[in-house]
Write a protein that binds this ligand. Structure first.
Ligand SMILES: [Zn+2]
Length: 236
């Protein structure tokens, strides 16, 4: 295998690795998105359940104050029945005062019943209005979540396919180049870059004429500044 073929093999491998890396970054980004959507879904469900709960609590309050009202009505009825049979004036007066006091309680209780119904109606209206809006949002979030998961699976599949190609491509790269490449790969994202305008394309460090000569002869050289592997695009 000549130098040109070796270079092509290395570039080919670098491109594959870059692509795998980009796909992996896509998955990471989608995973973050998935978590955000999951959180959003939970928040919407919580909002809905809180609205529903407010209606239930308001209804319970209505039932409670109405029950108190019934108790007062029963008391009033009982006392009125009893007062009719009374002959003792003092006793009559005292019971009449009690009944008046009860009437006062009933008026207050009536207002409480009205207030409780108002709260209930307000809560119910709010729930009825918000229900379709929130449900629609939840449905959309669920769809987005499914898409997000599917996309991740798809990319994982693509990465697997690319990884399967890797050993064949790696076998074509000279061993000493491979060692340098692996070493640089552990340090930087783009370990192999081209030489452009006699400089390293990553850090723009100007190459020495000796290095340029070597590169032109087809050697793999390293940037003296950033240590990336450098190659000339056209090697004859
Ligand atoms: Zn450099």
């Amino acid at each position: 295998m000549n130098k040109s073929q070796s270079f092509n093999a290395l570039i080919d491998l670098v491109q594959l690795d870059t692509s795998i890396q980009a796909q992996q970054e896509n998955i990471d980004r989608l995973f973050v998105q998935e978590q955000q959507l999951e959180k959003q879904k939970q928040m919407l469900e919580k909002a809905l359940s809180e609205l529903k709960n407010a209606v239930l609590i308001a209804k319970e309050q209505v039932d409670a104050v109405e029950l108190d009202m019934q108790v007062l009505d029963e008391q009033e009825k009982g006392k009125k029945k009893y007062i009719d049979g009374l002959t003792d004036y003092k006793e009559y007066k005292s019971l009449q005062a009690e009944i008046e006091h009860l009437h006062e309680d009933q008026r207050k209780q009536e207002q409480m019943v009205i207030d409780a119904w108002n709260v209930f109606e307000f809560a119910e209206n709010k729930y009825v209005q918000q229900l379709p809006v929130i449900q629609e949002k939840i449905e959309k979030t669920v769809k987005d979540l499914e898409k997000c998961k599917q996309d991740q699976e798809l990319i994982k599949e693509q990465i697997n396919q690319q990884k399967q190609q890797r050993p064949t491509k790696e076998a074509l790269v000279p061993k000493d180049w491979m060692e340098k490449y692996i070493l640089m790969q552990s340090r930087v994202k783009n370990p192999v870059v081209s030489i452009e305008l006699n400089s390293c394309a990553a850090c723009f460090y100007h190459l020495t004429s000796t290095d340029l000569q070597s590169a032109k002869k087809g050697s793999l050289i390293q940037c003296k500044n950033c240590f990336r592997l450098l190659y000339l695009d056209q090697i004859t």
